[in-house]
Design a protein around this ligand. Structure first.
Ligand SMILES: [Fe+2]
Length: 368
């Protein structure tokens, strides 16, 4: 697995677990160990598909506790796995402290070189966060990780907001011409530093071409190159297999199902998932998502650095996506078999298997 030796050495030196499998079944009860310097329990995820490119760590804030302030030299996207808390973000060069509350399923961005401090607002329940960044890539450019941790450098402009407050709710915007996806397919993006509840988020736009009648929210954080999307797709359906580069870390806010990941012609890895599961499709592995539940399933995907072509951009759709009409029979067979175990049946329309150009009917959405 490619990796940044400096970053790899640093995570080993932290004395907390490093998980290196294909997936973590449930980040909510993943075993963590005391992380002395951060005064919390924690673990790193270096799952196979991360290929050493991106950082993912899970931390737990004990009930009622406030962690020491931290300042990282990279943007960090933080997803609340469970619990409820408070985050304060500030710079030393003027400006008020920005404070906001979060709950399980909130997503927010901490800009690089801003100080931040997190508290657990519950006196009885621990709070857990999954933190994602491009730290290994940044460290590889300097071989000095200390440059990125509590460095006094600041850029006050990163904490400025042109309208509303910095952590006000995300806003819809029309298609971004610099989209990581093919132009013309996305009706709107949501831009903001705070998404209060991804389990309940219902402002979605069609995810054309990937099947299952799936919808998505395309997430851009203002002035950050870090992006994400959350896909939502209906009960008893499955999406088309596709592939891309490594480092796209997926966490499940809600739903039940499984994903299959495999290299072309190679062995299949089955990933069962539900709320709190984390998995990462390895580099150029096809992967396909199946909803076995009675409700829509949703998955949040953090996008890897676009320079490495790690996003969901499809270079050649004929090579990187498998249409339903082209897939092997065992795909449908396994899906229908798993549904049968739950006394459910497939809701995939027959036409999807007959015509490559079949598209689900989406109700019209109105771009902002
Ligand atoms: Fe993907």
């Amino acid at each position: 697995m490619p990796s940044c030796p400096t970053y790899e050495q640093w995570i080993q030196d932290q004395g907390i677990p490093i998980y290196r499998d294909y997936f973590v079944e449930d980040a909510r009860d993943l075993k963590l160990e005391p992380w002395i310097s951060r005064e919390c329990n924690g673990a790193f995820l270096q799952l196979v598909g991360q290929e050493g490119v991106v950082e993912t760590r899970v931390i737990e804030i004990p009930p009622g506790k406030t962690l020491p302030p931290l300042k990282m030299g990279v943007d960090e996207a933080i997803y609340a796995v469970k619990g409820q808390g408070l985050t304060a973000v500030w710079g030393t060069q003027g400006g008020a402290k920005k404070t906001f509350e979060w709950n399980a399923h909130s997503l927010f961005l901490i800009p690089s070189n801003a100080s931040y401090q997190m508290s657990n607002m519950s006196g009885t329940e621990p709070a857990r966060l999954l933190i994602y960044s491009y730290l290994p890539v940044a460290v590889a450019a300097t071989t000095d990780i200390e440059f990125f941790i509590n460095n006094p450098y600041e850029n006050p402009a990163r904490l400025e907001a042109t309208e509303e407050s910095f952590y006000s709710q995300a806003k819809a915007v029309k298609e971004d011409p610099n989209s990581f996806r093919a132009a013309g397919k996305i009706e709107q993006f949501w831009v903001g530093n705070f998404f209060p509840d991804l389990q309940a988020w219902d402002k979605l736009t069609p995810f054309y071409g990937r099947g299952a009648g799936g919808k998505a929210v395309y997430i851009h954080f203002p002035n950050s190159e870090l992006t994400a999307h959350m896909s939502v797709f209906p009960s008893q359906t499955y999406k088309k297999a596709h592939r891309h580069g490594p480092g796209v870390v997926i966490i499940i806010p809600g739903g039940e199902g499984y994903s299959v990941m495999w290299p072309e012609g190679g062995e299949k890895v089955i990933v069962p998932w539900h709320e709190g599961s984390v998995f990462v499709p390895p580099n150029k592995y096809f992967h396909q998502h199946f909803n076995l539940g009675g409700t829509p399933a949703r998955y949040l995907a953090f996008h890897a650095p676009p320079q490495l072509k790690l996003s969901e951009k499809i270079e050649d759709i004929r090579r990187d996506q498998i249409e339903y009409t082209m897939e092997s029979g065992d795909v449908r067979e396994r899906f229908e078999g798993e549904l049968a175990k739950r006394n459910l049946t497939s809701l995939m329309p027959a036409q999807a298997y007959e015509s490559e150009t079949y598209e689900w009917q989406y109700e019209t959405t109105t771009p902002a």
